[in-house]
Design a protein around this ligand. Structure first.
Ligand SMILES: C[S@@+](CC[C@H](N)C(=O)[O-])C[C@H]1O[C@@H](n2cnc3c(N)ncnc32)[C@H](O)[C@@H]1O
Length: 292
């Protein structure tokens, strides 16, 4: 029987992470405070100072992530004075300078974003999930997030063109090619990098919770059971809650006592994985194995 640990910490992640072992997490999944956005609930960071504020924390993330691990950063630039601010773009550039690889960008399409009218733009219905890695060889379990082939199989595959029947070498010289006919009889396909997920409604204890499906998708894709997941801006503890349910160890750090308390309420007491029977039980214990 193996204990699944879920460790919550109260404080600034910069200070708390200084006590964590290097190369100890398989996935960092987080949504930091957005620039200036929610000053009334949990404070904000001036957009012009965002990169300077984030980089010392990113340095700690780089240190504690395993070389095979992945960092998923959910973030979206706000509009300031009628135009999109550039702090996210600047952050990506600064992180590359710091040693991160900017591997991929996923789009979280918010299926149920509320209606509205703005004079110079439409309602914002997507956020970035930026993927950073320490090395090009990172763990990725693609089969865990496969999706049903769906309509595409019916329409496109029934009318295969000549190029689709043989290997279709990329026309833009990217070196990638595809053989669509390989997928003819398959029921499942790999997903795209656009995630169509509804935002979670009805959470009155924190104003910016993830829908559970968001961390769930990345945790399945980048970790296996008993791996370690970190959310350094834990809020109501959604990432840790989902990690626990998926039998991953996790640590969450939250600076505000009221949200730390909410996170504690959302996390079950310790979880155990039973080897022989495919089930698990919960028990009360304490532990802080991540400290160095
Ligand atoms: C966008 S919210 C995260 C919400 C979270 N994904 C959830 O599902 O509940 C960001 C959180 O980071 C916390 N925070 C801000 N600065 C922090 C810091 N330096 N260290 C740790 N937490 C911080 C805020 O109080 C806030 O709860």
């Amino acid at each position: 029987m193996t204990e699944i640990k879920t460790d919550l910490y109260l404080g600034d992640c910069l200070e708390i992470l200084a006590n964590f072992e290097s190369d100890s997490f398989d996935l960092i999944m987080t949504s930091p405070p957005y620039a200036d956005r929610r000053t009334k609930t949990y404070g904000g960071v001036n957009p012009d100072e965002y990169v300077d504020w984030f980089m010392p924390r990113a340095e700690e993330f780089l240190r504690i992530l395993k070389p095979s691990g992945t960092f998923i950063l959910n973030i979206k630039e706000k509009a300031v004075d009628g135009e999109r601010h550039t702090y996210v773009i600047e952050l990506v550039l600064a992180m590359r300078q710091q040693g991160w690889l900017w591997t991929e960008e996923f789009i979280w399409h918010k299926k149920n974003s509320y209606p509205g009218k703005w004079p110079n733009r439409f309602r914002d219905a997507w956020e970035r999930c930026l993927q950073f890695n320490k090395t090009k060889k990172f763990n990725m379990y693609q089969e865990t997030v496969m999706v049903p082939m769906g309509d595409w199989a019916q329409k496109r595959l029934k009318h295969l063109s000549k190029t689709d029947q043989s290997r279709d070498t990329s026309k833009v010289g990217s070196g990638f090619g595809k053989n669509v006919s390989n997928w003819l009889d398959r029921k499942m396909a790999y997903p795209t990098n656009v995630l169509h997920l509804a935002t979670e409604t009805g959470n009155r204890k924190h104003s910016a919770v993830f829908p559970k499906t968001l961390p769930e998708w990345f945790i399945k894709l980048f970790t296996k059971e008993e791996d370690w997941v970190l959310d350094p801006f834990a809020g109501a503890g959604t990432t840790c809650q989902v990690a626990q349910g998926l039998l991953r160890n996790s640590a969450g750090i939250e600076i505000l006592p009221q949200y730390y308390q909410v996170a504690k309420e959302n996390i079950k007491p310790k979880q155990y994985m039973l080897f022989e029977e495919a089930q698990y039980e919960t028990h009360y214990t304490t532990g802080d194995h991540r400290l160095r």
